[in-house]
Design a protein. Structure first.
Length: 661
């Protein structure tokens, strides 16, 4: 945009008969170039983003979700305050209450959406340049690495800023209704912009180290979840432990200090405290959180700039092109013979031919692995006739050993700290706490399954292996089932972590064995259909990012948008007829959280036969009937998974455009 303006101004100044105006516009054009160092990258990125259809889809979906939430709140408020004999004062109070409710919903939605959208927008910022081998060309130009990083950051943030700008009329409506100070509106808007900058910078920094967009999105979400949720929870537990030995004044000062730190480092916490009617708004301010996000953005930009600047140095070190010294023919022959003798004596024994498949793809997949790895694998398992499944079953959750170690130590460390703090506070023996643990495990497992399934085939499309797979005689069933079992293989360790948590607290007698079995069964069977859907998106979409975003939005729509829409219908029906059909409770039957929570809270109290009221129908059943009903819905999930895999296998050739035969 700046480049276009500068070129138009320069062309205008070259036309005759303009005199002093030409000189003024020339100075303006040069000042724009000087004041905007990120102009070249910003303009090129903006031109590419303007041609993408997903930008329009994102805007429509964002506005539709926000307006549906606001409409639900408006109908609920109208139903609550539906009275005919209202004075002017009561009407003004009702409008102020409605405006305050709009502001609360708008604030929570805007900040949470910026946390989710930012990493998606910047997930391909630098990694795509490295995959296309165009980053080296950019580094050869006069554009500095700081300009590259800054231009990409601000061009991606522009997409989030457009979303914030599209929702500003909501604040205008809130201003007309009253109940909210103008300073709070300004602070919220600025915090949403700063949050978009911070979350986008996280994705940009990860993209400078990781090429795959799905890995950047997943790691960014996990990093934000750890920094903004688990770390504050652990700090609060230690603060609570320190309060036990303190006086009342010391305890209050410790709590105030903790809340001040949280206000400066956690935008979501600041938003919740500022908009909550609990009277705690004096402990949180908009501007410390805004400054904290700006400092985070600056630090991550500096780290990303260093990573981009190190890339050519690493290539020079790894690709040394110093020509060797000339040697004679006899010396060459001697060195060659010596090398052959060394390879024959030091190399591991070859893989037995009886263990190698005769499939045309077996040589390709085995060549992608080191010789020592293939030899070690050959000692333990034979290569099957389906090379896709064989290769997918060997893929770990994280490709590098240091990544697996960091993930393992971080997860176990955070989990151990929560156990220690909650155990010291005497809260680990409460079943409700383990429901919260299982909700976190289920959400994390679902997120990992959604991302891995959406990238299992899309990654092949971005490499040279997809053409080879399509040209091979492998059937669609072999490819689909191979990818499906590969995703399950990557979900092994999250499932082991979830099962270990339940088994430990089952042994100590807090969670019942039946509740543990039902919870694990629900976690597995309710996650498998989303894996199948992710494989479909991975087949149908050309880009990995598109497949990941669609597969992330689908469960969010099923778990959030559909209940909101049905609750909207219930509120309207209650306002018209006075009775509610409870349609929103239909979503409980496919929500794993309902079955997990009910199983743990009902079956962990010495198997007492409490009455359980089923959603929508209102029928009261006992624990045994609930157990069999849980088995039935888990069986439905397994059947849906099988039918989805079978349908994908049959339509595989049509989806990918391969001829039947």
């Amino acid at each position: 945009m700046q480049l276009t303006a500068c070129s138009e101004l320069a062309r205008f100044t070259r036309t005759p008969h303009h005199g002093i105006i030409n000189t003024a516009m020339s100075s303006i054009a040069s000042s724009i170039r000087n004041l905007w160092p990120f102009g070249p990258i910003f303009a090129s990125e903006l031109q590419q983003m303007s041609r993408r259809k997903r930008s329009y889809v994102l805007r429509v979906g964002y506005l539709a979700l926000l307006l549906s939430i606001l409409a639900l709140g408006a109908v609920s408020m109208n139903t609550t305050y539906a009275r005919q004999d209202q004075s002017v004062v009561m009407l003004a109070e009702r409008q102020a209450t409605l405006g305050r409710s709009f502001f609360v919903m708008f604030a929570l939605f805007s900040v949470a959406a910026m946390h989710l959208i930012g990493p998606v927008l910047s997930s391909t910022s630098i990694g795509s340049e490295r995959l296309r081998r165009t980053l080296d060309v950019l580094l050869m130009t006069p554009i500095t690495s700081w300009q590259i990083v800054g231009g990409k950051l601000f061009s991606r943030v522009l997409g989030a800023l457009i979303l914030i700008g599209l929702t500003l009329p909501v604040l205008a409506i809130v201003r007309l209704l009253g109940g909210v100070e103008l300073s709070d509106m300004l602070g919220l808007t600025t915090l949403a912009v700063a949050t978009a900058l911070g979350s986008t910078a996280i994705g940009l920094w990860l993209s400078s180290h990781i090429n795959r967009a799905w890995a950047v999105i997943l790691l960014a979400y996990m990093l934000q979840l750890a920094v903004y949720f688990f770390v504050p929870l652990i700090i609060w537990m230690f603060v609570a432990l320190g309060m036990w030995g303190s006086t009342g004044r010391q305890s209050q000062s410790v709590v105030e200090f903790w809340m001040t730190v949280m206000s400066a480092t956690n935008p979501m916490w600041t938003t919740i405290i500022r908009v909550s009617p609990s009277g705690m708004s004096q402990f949180a301010s908009w501007w410390p959180a805004i400054i904290g996000q700006l400092l985070l953005t600056t630090a991550l930009m500096f780290l990303a700039t260093r990573a981009v600047r190190k890339l050519p140095k690493e290539q020079i070190v790894t690709h040394d092109v110093t020509p060797p010294a000339p040697v004679s023919a006899t010396e060459t022959k001697t060195e060659t013979e010596t090398q052959i003798e060394t390879e024959t004596t030091d190399s591991p024994p070859p893989v037995p031919l009886s263990l190698v498949s005769t499939s045309p793809l077996s040589s390709h997949f085995t060549s992608a692995l080191p010789v020592q790895r293939v030899t070690a694998l050959a000692k333990h398992r034979a290569i099957s006739d389906n090379p896709v499944r064989w290769r997918e079953m060997l893929q770990p959750m994280l490709p590098r050993k240091w990544q697996r170690r960091v993930a393992t130590y971080t997860t176990l460390g955070l989990l151990g700290l929560t156990y220690f703090g909650l155990g010291f506070l005497g809260a680990l023996d409460q079943p409700e706490l383990h429901i919260a643990y299982m909700f976190c495990f289920q959400t994390l497992l679902l997120m990992i399954a959604v991302v891995f399934s959406a990238t299992c085939i899309a990654n092949e499309k971005e490499s040279d292996t997809w053409t080879l797979i399509i040209a091979s005689p492998l059937s669609g069933r072999e490819i689909v089932y191979g990818k499906f079992f590969g995703v399950l293989r990557r979900l092994k360790w999250p499932m082991i972590l979830t099962a270990s948590h339940l088994l430990v607290f089952t042994i100590v007698g807090i969670v019942s064995p039946v509740a543990t079995f039902l919870s694990l069964l629900v976690v597995i069977t309710f996650t498998l259909p989303w894996v199948v859907l992710g494989i479909y998106f991975s087949l149908a979409c050309k880009r990995v990012t598109t497949a990941v975003v669609l597969n992330l939005l689908t469960p969010m729509g099923a778990f959030m948008v559909v209940p909101l829409m049905l609750a909207f219908v219930d509120i309207i029906q209650r306002g018209i007829t006075g009775n509610s059909s409870r349609l929103s409770e239909l979503t409980y039957y496919y929500l794993p959280y309902y079955w997990i929570g009910t199983a743990i809270i009902r079956l962990s109290s010495n198997f007492d036969f409490y009455d359980i009221t089923m959603p929508v129908v209102g029928v009261r059943i006992d624990v045994i009937s609930f157990t069999f009903l849980t088995f039935g819905f888990c069986a439905i999930g397994a059947v849906v998974t099988y039918l989805g895999l079978k349908l994908l296998s049959r339509r595989f050739n049509k989806i990918v455009g391969r001829a039947d035969g």
